[in-house]
Ligand binder design. Structure first.
Ligand SMILES: [Fe+2]
Ligand SMILES: [Fe+2]
Length: 303
């Protein structure tokens, strides 16, 4: 009887994951129709945060219930991270708070108090790192933040994502108009793509790779991921042809009125040399969920 009831409990979480997945697919479909999604925030993004957040929870010894909660929090964490905020118009409330507040009553009506609290906290606080002495208090939150920052916003994938997102951003489009940059001319397009991607990468590197703010069990993995960003930055600084080609191609895609899906663009990208081929290979491995293997190896080393 006990086994049966445990199974019943687990299957209810499986069911909840399915419901959250269905709900977010429908929500993103609607936002997509209204042109509110970007390459940085789309269904693929939340699906991967969901997958890798659960991977983190598993690596920390979390059980099936916690993993299911991490998957749900990952799926829903950017419920309202739409193009309105990303593309320049300021909102009074952060997208983290807005998404959490919106989903809270739904979770509270369906899940136990402790489960909905863990998920809502993960959503509301995914914009910044937990303090070192908070790590482990809510493993669902840790998983979502780390999946959002170290998997999605680092590694080879970010080279593609950032360059494309730069092309989509309203402030960059305004700059093109204001400075009368002729993006039909290859040299002007390339110069701008390199300039904006380099500027943003340097800022991001400073904000999210300070190891003193990151728990030591993640250091080997974060170092591995950040190394790709260093390669990107040094390639942009020295004008390495493969890196320049990569960011220019993706930036140009982002500038289009209807850009292709980012994952599709990465798959279709034709590399110029060994450097951008390595970036593409690694980004595809990440998109296909294969980075979990590397993550397990690097996290296990210090465990
Ligand atoms: Fe977010
Ligand atoms: Fe996110």
């Amino acid at each position: 009887m006990q086994i049966k009831s445990r199974r019943a409990k687990f299957s209810s979480w499986t069911q909840r994951e399915k419901v959250a997945g269905r709900y977010m697919r429908a929500a993103f479909r609607k936002m997509g129709q209204k042109g509110e999604l970007t390459s940085a925030h789309n269904l693929g993004h939340v699906q991967r945060v969901s997958l890798y957040a659960a991977e983190y929870v598993k690596a920390m010894g979390g059980g099936r219930k916690k993993r299911a909660q991490a998957r749900i929090a990952g799926m829903t964490h950017d419920r309202f991270r739409d193009a309105v905020q990303s593309l320049g118009q300021k909102k009074e409330e952060s997208h983290e708070t807005r998404s959490a507040k919106y989903m809270q009553p739904l979770f509270e009506s369906r899940y136990k108090k402790s489960a909905s609290k863990a998920i809502v906290e993960a959503m509301a606080k995914h914009g910044s790192f937990p303090a070192l002495n908070e790590i482990g208090k809510n493993v669902v939150r840790d998983g979502v933040v780390f999946a959002d920052k170290f998997f999605e916003a680092n590694g080879a994938y970010i080279g593609f994502r950032r360059a494309m997102f730069m092309g989509e951003r309203a402030d960059i489009k305004e700059r093109i108009a204001k400075e009368k940059i002729d993006i039909t001319k290859k040299d002007q397009l390339q110069k701008l793509a390199v300039d904006v991607t380099l500027g943003e990468s340097s800022k991001r590197l400073a904000a999210f790779s300070d190891l003193s703010k990151i728990p030591s069990h993640l250091h080997p993995f974060v170092r591995y991921q950040v190394e790709w960003q260093h390669k990107l930055v040094s390639g942009l600084q020295s004008g390495e042809p493969g890196i320049v080609n990569l960011v220019t191609t993706l930036f140009a895609e982002g500038l289009k009125s209807k850009p292709r899906d980012l994952a599709e663009t990465i798959r279709a990208y034709s590399p110029l040399n060994k450097t951008d081929r390595e970036f593409q290979r690694e980004a595809l491995d990440y998109l296909d969920g294969k980075l979990a293997v590397k993550f397990r190896q690097l996290v296990k080393k210090t465990a």
